[in-house]
Design a protein around this ligand. Structure first.
Ligand SMILES: O=C(CO)COP(=O)(O)O
Length: 254
Protein backbone atom coordinates (compact mmCIF):
# COMPACT_ATOMS: atom_id res chain seq x y z
CA UNK A 1 0.00 0.00 0.00
CA UNK A 2 1.49 3.31 -1.06
CA UNK A 3 2.02 5.92 1.58
CA UNK A 4 1.00 9.33 0.27
CA UNK A 5 3.80 11.88 0.58
CA UNK A 6 3.09 14.36 3.38
CA UNK A 7 4.48 17.87 3.73
CA UNK A 8 3.73 19.88 6.85
CA UNK A 9 4.68 23.52 7.31
CA UNK A 10 5.21 24.35 10.98
CA UNK A 11 5.24 28.13 11.27
CA UNK A 12 5.99 27.88 15.00
CA UNK A 13 5.54 31.24 16.84
CA UNK A 14 5.96 33.46 13.80
CA UNK A 15 3.92 35.82 11.66
CA UNK A 16 1.72 38.88 11.47
CA UNK A 17 -1.64 39.13 9.72
CA UNK A 18 0.10 40.80 6.77
CA UNK A 19 2.78 38.09 6.56
CA UNK A 20 0.21 35.33 6.86
CA UNK A 21 -1.79 36.76 3.96
CA UNK A 22 1.35 37.04 1.85
CA UNK A 23 2.50 33.46 2.45
CA UNK A 24 -0.96 32.05 1.84
CA UNK A 25 -1.24 34.00 -1.41
CA UNK A 26 2.13 32.65 -2.56
CA UNK A 27 0.99 29.11 -1.76
CA UNK A 28 -2.33 29.63 -3.53
CA UNK A 29 -0.67 30.77 -6.72
CA UNK A 30 1.83 27.90 -6.79
CA UNK A 31 1.56 24.94 -9.10
CA UNK A 32 2.10 21.82 -7.07
CA UNK A 33 1.48 18.10 -7.59
CA UNK A 34 -2.11 16.98 -7.09
CA UNK A 35 -3.71 15.85 -3.85
CA UNK A 36 -3.31 12.27 -5.05
CA UNK A 37 0.46 12.70 -4.90
CA UNK A 38 1.03 14.91 -1.87
CA UNK A 39 -0.87 15.93 1.25
CA UNK A 40 0.02 19.44 2.40
CA UNK A 41 -0.80 20.69 5.90
CA UNK A 42 0.00 24.20 7.13
CA UNK A 43 0.37 24.87 10.84
CA UNK A 44 0.16 28.52 11.84
CA UNK A 45 -0.04 29.76 15.44
CA UNK A 46 -3.53 29.30 17.00
CA UNK A 47 -4.52 32.95 16.50
CA UNK A 48 -4.07 32.74 12.74
CA UNK A 49 -5.76 29.35 12.24
CA UNK A 50 -9.21 30.70 11.24
CA UNK A 51 -7.66 33.25 8.87
CA UNK A 52 -5.39 30.68 7.22
CA UNK A 53 -8.20 28.15 6.98
CA UNK A 54 -10.42 30.73 5.24
CA UNK A 55 -7.79 31.90 2.76
CA UNK A 56 -5.99 28.63 2.05
CA UNK A 57 -6.45 26.75 -1.22
CA UNK A 58 -8.88 23.83 -0.80
CA UNK A 59 -6.30 21.13 -1.57
CA UNK A 60 -4.20 22.10 1.49
CA UNK A 61 -5.34 21.74 5.08
CA UNK A 62 -4.41 23.14 8.47
CA UNK A 63 -2.99 21.91 11.77
CA UNK A 64 -2.79 23.39 15.25
CA UNK A 65 0.62 23.26 16.93
CA UNK A 66 -0.65 21.87 20.22
CA UNK A 67 -3.79 21.20 22.24
CA UNK A 68 -4.77 20.45 25.82
CA UNK A 69 -4.29 16.93 27.11
CA UNK A 70 -7.93 16.27 28.07
CA UNK A 71 -11.37 17.83 27.80
CA UNK A 72 -11.34 21.63 28.05
CA UNK A 73 -12.41 23.49 31.18
CA UNK A 74 -10.60 25.47 33.84
CA UNK A 75 -7.18 25.43 32.13
CA UNK A 76 -6.16 29.05 31.62
CA UNK A 77 -4.22 29.65 28.43
CA UNK A 78 -4.94 26.26 26.88
CA UNK A 79 -6.81 25.36 23.69
CA UNK A 80 -8.79 22.11 23.69
CA UNK A 81 -9.11 19.40 21.08
CA UNK A 82 -12.89 20.03 21.13
CA UNK A 83 -12.32 23.64 20.07
CA UNK A 84 -10.16 22.57 17.15
CA UNK A 85 -12.84 20.12 16.05
CA UNK A 86 -15.49 22.81 16.47
CA UNK A 87 -13.53 25.14 14.18
CA UNK A 88 -12.98 22.45 11.57
CA UNK A 89 -9.23 22.16 12.17
CA UNK A 90 -8.45 18.58 11.13
CA UNK A 91 -4.84 18.17 12.31
CA UNK A 92 -2.71 18.88 15.38
CA UNK A 93 1.05 18.64 15.92
CA UNK A 94 1.85 17.04 19.29
CA UNK A 95 5.10 16.30 21.08
CA UNK A 96 7.24 18.79 19.19
CA UNK A 97 10.71 18.88 20.74
CA UNK A 98 10.36 22.59 21.47
CA UNK A 99 7.48 21.71 23.79
CA UNK A 100 9.12 18.57 25.19
CA UNK A 101 12.32 20.44 26.03
CA UNK A 102 11.26 24.03 26.77
CA UNK A 103 7.96 23.19 28.48
CA UNK A 104 8.97 19.85 29.98
CA UNK A 105 6.34 17.76 28.21
CA UNK A 106 7.13 14.16 29.16
CA UNK A 107 6.66 11.07 26.99
CA UNK A 108 3.61 10.09 29.05
CA UNK A 109 2.05 13.55 28.78
CA UNK A 110 2.56 13.57 25.01
CA UNK A 111 1.11 10.05 24.79
CA UNK A 112 -1.96 11.18 26.73
CA UNK A 113 -2.37 14.19 24.43
CA UNK A 114 -2.14 12.07 21.30
CA UNK A 115 -4.69 9.59 22.65
CA UNK A 116 -7.12 12.32 23.64
CA UNK A 117 -6.79 14.24 20.36
CA UNK A 118 -7.40 11.03 18.38
CA UNK A 119 -10.41 10.19 20.53
CA UNK A 120 -11.94 13.54 19.55
CA UNK A 121 -11.45 12.83 15.85
CA UNK A 122 -8.33 14.90 15.21
CA UNK A 123 -5.48 13.65 13.06
CA UNK A 124 -2.11 13.90 14.75
CA UNK A 125 1.42 14.68 13.62
CA UNK A 126 3.31 13.09 16.51
CA UNK A 127 6.93 14.20 16.86
CA UNK A 128 9.87 12.20 18.19
CA UNK A 129 13.61 12.83 18.13
CA UNK A 130 16.86 12.73 20.05
CA UNK A 131 19.15 15.53 21.27
CA UNK A 132 22.75 15.79 20.11
CA UNK A 133 23.95 14.43 23.45
CA UNK A 134 21.67 11.41 23.14
CA UNK A 135 22.85 10.77 19.56
CA UNK A 136 26.50 11.03 20.55
CA UNK A 137 26.00 8.60 23.40
CA UNK A 138 24.41 6.07 21.02
CA UNK A 139 20.94 6.40 22.54
CA UNK A 140 19.04 7.58 19.43
CA UNK A 141 16.93 4.47 18.91
CA UNK A 142 16.24 3.98 22.61
CA UNK A 143 15.01 7.57 22.87
CA UNK A 144 12.74 7.55 19.82
CA UNK A 145 11.44 4.07 20.70
CA UNK A 146 10.50 5.22 24.21
CA UNK A 147 8.75 8.29 22.79
CA UNK A 148 6.88 6.15 20.26
CA UNK A 149 6.01 3.49 22.86
CA UNK A 150 4.36 6.08 25.13
CA UNK A 151 2.07 6.89 22.21
CA UNK A 152 1.56 3.32 20.95
CA UNK A 153 0.45 1.95 24.32
CA UNK A 154 -2.31 4.55 24.62
CA UNK A 155 -3.94 4.53 21.20
CA UNK A 156 -6.41 2.08 19.64
CA UNK A 157 -5.29 2.58 16.02
CA UNK A 158 -2.69 4.34 13.88
CA UNK A 159 -4.82 5.35 10.92
CA UNK A 160 -4.88 9.04 11.86
CA UNK A 161 -1.25 9.43 12.85
CA UNK A 162 1.77 10.70 10.98
CA UNK A 163 5.02 10.10 12.84
CA UNK A 164 7.56 12.93 12.51
CA UNK A 165 11.21 12.14 13.20
CA UNK A 166 12.85 15.41 14.14
CA UNK A 167 16.37 15.13 15.54
CA UNK A 168 16.69 18.07 17.93
CA UNK A 169 20.23 18.84 16.75
CA UNK A 170 18.92 19.43 13.22
CA UNK A 171 16.06 21.76 14.14
CA UNK A 172 16.64 25.39 13.22
CA UNK A 173 20.38 24.78 13.12
CA UNK A 174 20.93 24.47 9.38
CA UNK A 175 22.51 21.10 10.24
CA UNK A 176 20.35 18.65 8.34
CA UNK A 177 20.52 14.89 8.96
CA UNK A 178 22.18 13.19 6.02
CA UNK A 179 19.80 11.14 3.88
CA UNK A 180 21.47 8.02 5.30
CA UNK A 181 21.00 9.18 8.90
CA UNK A 182 17.34 9.95 8.29
CA UNK A 183 16.74 6.67 6.46
CA UNK A 184 18.41 4.69 9.24
CA UNK A 185 16.13 6.05 11.97
CA UNK A 186 13.01 5.92 9.80
CA UNK A 187 13.69 2.31 8.92
CA UNK A 188 14.31 1.45 12.59
CA UNK A 189 11.07 3.20 13.57
CA UNK A 190 9.19 1.21 10.94
CA UNK A 191 10.73 -2.00 12.31
CA UNK A 192 9.72 -0.91 15.80
CA UNK A 193 6.12 -0.50 14.62
CA UNK A 194 6.27 -3.92 12.96
CA UNK A 195 7.45 -5.64 16.11
CA UNK A 196 5.44 -3.66 18.67
CA UNK A 197 2.24 -2.79 16.82
CA UNK A 198 1.74 -4.82 13.65
CA UNK A 199 2.88 -5.30 10.08
CA UNK A 200 0.01 -3.35 8.54
CA UNK A 201 0.64 -0.29 10.72
CA UNK A 202 4.37 -0.48 9.96
CA UNK A 203 3.66 -0.59 6.23
CA UNK A 204 1.04 2.14 6.14
CA UNK A 205 2.19 4.74 8.69
CA UNK A 206 3.87 7.74 7.20
CA UNK A 207 7.17 8.61 8.85
CA UNK A 208 8.25 12.12 7.91
CA UNK A 209 11.51 13.92 8.56
CA UNK A 210 11.97 17.37 10.11
CA UNK A 211 15.10 19.42 10.79
CA UNK A 212 16.57 22.06 8.46
CA UNK A 213 14.77 20.75 5.39
CA UNK A 214 15.02 23.25 2.54
CA UNK A 215 14.59 23.58 -1.19
CA UNK A 216 18.12 22.34 -1.81
CA UNK A 217 18.23 19.21 0.35
CA UNK A 218 14.64 17.95 0.08
CA UNK A 219 14.95 15.80 -3.04
CA UNK A 220 17.77 13.65 -1.77
CA UNK A 221 15.97 13.11 1.53
CA UNK A 222 12.67 12.38 -0.24
CA UNK A 223 14.38 9.69 -2.30
CA UNK A 224 15.02 7.58 0.82
CA UNK A 225 12.63 4.63 0.88
CA UNK A 226 11.37 5.21 4.43
CA UNK A 227 11.12 9.01 4.24
CA UNK A 228 7.45 9.68 3.51
CA UNK A 229 7.56 13.47 3.63
CA UNK A 230 8.65 16.38 5.77
CA UNK A 231 7.78 18.61 8.66
CA UNK A 232 9.34 21.94 7.73
CA UNK A 233 10.00 24.87 10.05
CA UNK A 234 11.94 27.90 8.80
CA UNK A 235 11.65 27.10 5.09
CA UNK A 236 7.85 26.77 5.36
CA UNK A 237 7.69 30.56 5.74
CA UNK A 238 9.52 31.06 2.44
CA UNK A 239 8.66 30.47 -1.23
CA UNK A 240 11.06 27.49 -1.29
CA UNK A 241 8.36 25.58 0.64
CA UNK A 242 6.81 25.06 -2.79
CA UNK A 243 9.96 23.25 -3.98
CA UNK A 244 9.73 21.04 -0.90
CA UNK A 245 6.11 20.18 -1.74
CA UNK A 246 7.22 19.35 -5.29
CA UNK A 247 9.84 16.91 -4.02
CA UNK A 248 6.91 14.49 -3.64
CA UNK A 249 7.37 13.68 -7.32
CA UNK A 250 10.69 11.99 -6.46
CA UNK A 251 8.54 9.09 -5.20
CA UNK A 252 6.27 8.88 -8.25
CA UNK A 253 9.15 9.03 -10.71
CA UNK A 254 11.20 6.42 -8.80
O1 LIG B 1 10.97 21.83 14.00
C1 LIG B 1 10.85 21.74 12.80
C2 LIG B 1 9.53 21.44 12.20
O2 LIG B 1 8.60 21.08 13.17
C3 LIG B 1 12.00 21.92 11.90
O3 LIG B 1 12.39 23.24 11.96
P1 LIG B 1 13.46 23.79 10.89
O4 LIG B 1 12.98 23.32 9.53
O5 LIG B 1 13.40 25.29 11.04
O6 LIG B 1 14.78 23.18 11.26
Amino acid sequence: MARKFFVGGNWKCNGTVEEVKKIVTTLSEAEVPSEDVVEVVISPPFLFLPLVKTLLRPDFSVAAQNCWVRKGGAFTGEVSAEMLVNLGIPWVILGHSERRLLLNESNDFVGDKVAYALSQGLKVIACVGETLEQRESGATMAVVAAQTKAIAERIPHWSNIVLAYEPVWAIGTGKVATPAQAQEVHSELRKWLHVNVDAAVAASTRIIYGGSVNGANCKELAAQPDVDGFLVGGASLKPEFIDIIKSATVKTSA
